[in-house]
Design a binder for this molecule. Structure first.
Ligand code: NI
Length: 435
């Protein structure tokens, strides 16, 4: 009897053990196994999307492919969000918070030159020019990896303590002038509500980082992108009689140089980087006429909000002060195009072990800030979020000689995609389980 009851107890313990041990090791192993099983399918999706790239706000074929698969998984699917976006809900078997995973779907006006068998042959008119269309930033891989993660998490539905919201977003690279789109529009249309999202995660493939590696930066990871326009207004006169003019050309030249001191003399660069670039100078029609007005346009990149506010104030003060010293005026307009891609420090600290579990601790590193912008920042403005880079460079290659993002030779080693799937699924599961 004793013997039997001891056996029964042992058996009971054994059957209870898996449920007990399911956090986090068993479920991690399950994610790894399911992600591996998905590999061929994820690559097939990626190639299909790569061969049929669509520019921002035109991602109808991609959206249809995404929606069809998510419906097949039995998810609640909403289409036409933020124009062509797709949003799907996976409700887990247990109650809990809501975590969002996001992928962007748009391609770029770049003519592909990498010579792949599934290279894009799509051509279009862009800004009045005939050009190819190419997934030259790897958003095709983002769609494929998030579809893979949806598949993995769906198969673990009963174990999920909460809800996963999948966001397939259009137009990350920007919309045509005057057109709204991207993350900003999706947020405006309520993508973070109903149900309310508690945290958001996204990944970006990285063509200069070896396959198998993950990287992130706590705080400002990618820069805000602001556009400034300065109208320098003076007084026109014959070029031979400058004393009759208030010369906006010379004043604009002084302002261009003065603006550089906003960065070099006024920003505490030991804290974070700042970039200020004047990209356009327009004024004048003829060599011997001093024009009435010169217009300067440029971009400002910052990695923390305080510095951004100071740079904005510095640009205004410098432009207006220099103009005033010349007897001219400067009208300054600064518009924010994308906020800072800001990884919530607490959330980041909490989730680093998940990255280490997905990639192995030796393959996770803190990276330098990027002065490019990413519209994932619009979600992070509303809810805590984290954006992670996934390696896509073939092992052994030199990052200095691989084609950069947004160029015709851009190339991704597809063997890196499984780690992206694993990372997305692990972040979602671990976040839900932590609440
Ligand atoms: Ni991108």
């Amino acid at each position: 009897m004793l013997h039997r009851s001891a056996l029964a107890l042992a058996a009971a313990l054994l059957t209870a053990a898996p449920a007990f041990a399911q956090k986090p090791t068993d479920l991690s192993a399950r994610i790894a196994q399911l992600a591996d099983q998905q590999q061929a399918q994820v690559i097939a999706w990626r190639r299909d999307i790569h061969e049929h790239p669509e520019l921002g706000n035109q991602e109808t074929r991609t959206a249809a492919l995404v929606a069809a698969h998510l419906r097949k998984l039995g998810l609640e699917v909403q289409t036409g969000v933020g124009r062509t976006g797709v949003v799907a809900l996976l409700k887990g078997g247990k109650p809990g918070p809501v975590v969002a995973l996001r992928a962007d779907m748009d391609a770029l006006p770049v003519t592909e030159a990498a010579g792949l068998p599934f290279a894009s042959k799509v051509r279009t008119q862009y800004n009045g020019q005939a050009v190819g269309v190419m997934h030259a930033c790897g958003h095709d891989t983002h769609v494929a990896m998030l579809l893979g993660a949806a598949e993995v998490l769906s198969q673990m539905k009963k174990d999920l303590p909460g809800t996963v919201k999948f966001i397939f977003q259009p137009a990350e690279e920007g919309s045509l002038p005057g057109q709204e789109g991207g993350a900003r529009l999706m947020v405006k249309e309520g993508v973070l509500e109903n149900p309310k999202v508690d945290a958001v995660f996204g990944v970006h493939i990285q063509a200069q980082t070896e396959v198998g590696q993950l990287s992130y930066r706590p705080g400002g990871e990618m820069a805000s992108s602001d556009v400034f326009t300065i109208k320098v207004k003076g007084k026109s006169a014959h070029g031979a009689y400058p004393w009759l003019a208030v010369d906006p050309v010379v004043t604009a030249a002084q302002i261009i140089l003065g603006l550089q001191t906003v960065v070099s003399r006024q920003a505490q660069l030991t804290e974070d980087a700042v970039v200020l670039t004047v990209g356009m100078v327009h004024g004048g029609v003829r060599n011997n006429i001093i024009p009435e007005e010169v217009e300067l346009t440029g971009t400002i990149r910052c990695l923390n909000k305080d510095m951004q506010q100071k740079v904005w104030a510095g640009v205004r003060r410098t432009a207006q002060g220099i103009a005033e010293s010349a007897g001219a005026t400067a009208e300054v307009d600064i518009t924010n195009y994308a906020p800072i891609t800001f990884n919530d420090p607490r959330l980041t600290q909490q989730m680093v072990p998940s990255l280490e579990r997905a990639a192995g601790p030796a393959n996770v590193r803190v990276q330098k800030a990027v002065t490019g912008a990413e519209d994932f920042a619009f979600y992070q403005e509303k809810v805590p979020g984290m954006f992670v880079f996934v390696g896509g460079m073939p092992k052994g290659k030199d990052s200095a000689t691989t084609a950069p993002h947004h160029t015709a030779g851009f190339f991704i080693d597809e063997s890196g995609l499984t780690l992206g799937v694993r990372t997305l699924a692990t972040l979602a599961l671990d976040y839900l389980s932590s609440k």
